[in-house]
Design a protein around this ligand. Structure first.
Ligand code: ADP
Ligand code: MG
Length: 246
């Protein structure tokens, strides 16, 4: 067995100190292997975003360890963490977090610019990422000229453009209407089918149902960790002669 992509060991997160301290995570342990598709579910305040921020190396645990691709994140410098985030992780947030007054292409190119990729290569890859999420014709548009669903697709293209092994999404459909939600989820499903590891947060059970595995958080603790039946349902029944119906 290869090392898990994510290996969280007894992680605790406390915000603040003394009387005002808040226990956001209380001893969370979990492993996620390559190619998995995990949904974190739980009510507001259960610790989902805190956990996601730790998984994404945007925050550090108060206690416990976190290994990403076998590397103990706690041993890395800020600079090494920034490189790790840029190369290995793609983030999608509920609020899109696009840069206003910058074209969709410009937004998608940003992680490549930080990663030191040259201008023409950057443009080519950003255009390809926008095509992958079905908005190859919107590259020149600025965020305020795009619908919510289109903006989230730009954000997904930005998360993908570095070809990260791991996609992290915090309520990616939380601000979208039903139609855009379906589109964005279909894109995420396809990315997972292509081999990317996906970890997303949702409080909608129909979103969680599409994942391969659902982890439930209550009050900073994992209370359930279950595999969903494959989306395609059970394999087709065989005909009496042993062949598969067509
Ligand atoms: P969720 O994403 O499941 O809604 P969060 O991880 O955002 O939960 O929050 C978990 C708990 O930690 C909540 O009680 C929240 O109020 C608290 N919390 C989150 N971020 C901070 C912070 N920066 N400072 C203090 N408390 C925080
Ligand atoms: Mg949250």
């Amino acid at each position: 067995m290869t090392a898990p992509v994510l290996d969280v060991r007894d992680v605790t997160k406390v915000y603040g100190q003394g009387d005002t301290s808040v226990y956001a995570l209380r001893g969370v342990s979990l492993q996620v292997h390559r190619g998995d598709y995990v949904a974190f579910m739980g009510t507001s305040g259960s610790g989902k975003s805190t956990l996601m921020n730790i998984l994404g190396c945007l925050d550090v645990p108060t206690a416990g360890r976190y290994l990403l691709d076998g590397t103990d994140v706690g041993t890395l410098t800020e600079g090494q963490l920034a490189v790790l985030r840029n190369r290995r992780l793609g983030f999608v947030f509920q609020s899109f977090n696009l840069i206003p007054r910058m074209s969709a292409l410009g937004n998608v190119e940003l992680p490549l610019a930080y990663g030191g990729v040259g201008t023409s290569e950057r443009r080519r890859r950003a255009q390809a990422a926008l095509r992958m999420v079905g908005i190859g014709d919107r590259g020149r548009h600025e965020p305020n000229e795009l619908s919510g669903g289109q903006q989230q697709r730009v954000a997904i293209a930005r998360a993908l453009v570095t070809a990260p092994a791991l996609l992290l999404a915090d309520e990616p459909t939380g601000n979208l209407d039903t139609g855009s939600t379906a589109d964005v989820l279909a894109i995420i499903d396809r990315l997972n089918a292509q081999g990317r590891t996906v970890v997303l947060i949702t409080h909608e059970s129909d979103v969680g149902a599409r994942a391969k595995r659902v982890i439930k958080l209550v009050d900073g603790r994992i209370v359930a960790d279950q595999r969903n039946a494959p989306l395609d349902g059970p394999p087709p029944a065989l005909l009496v002669d042993g062949s598969v119906p067509r």
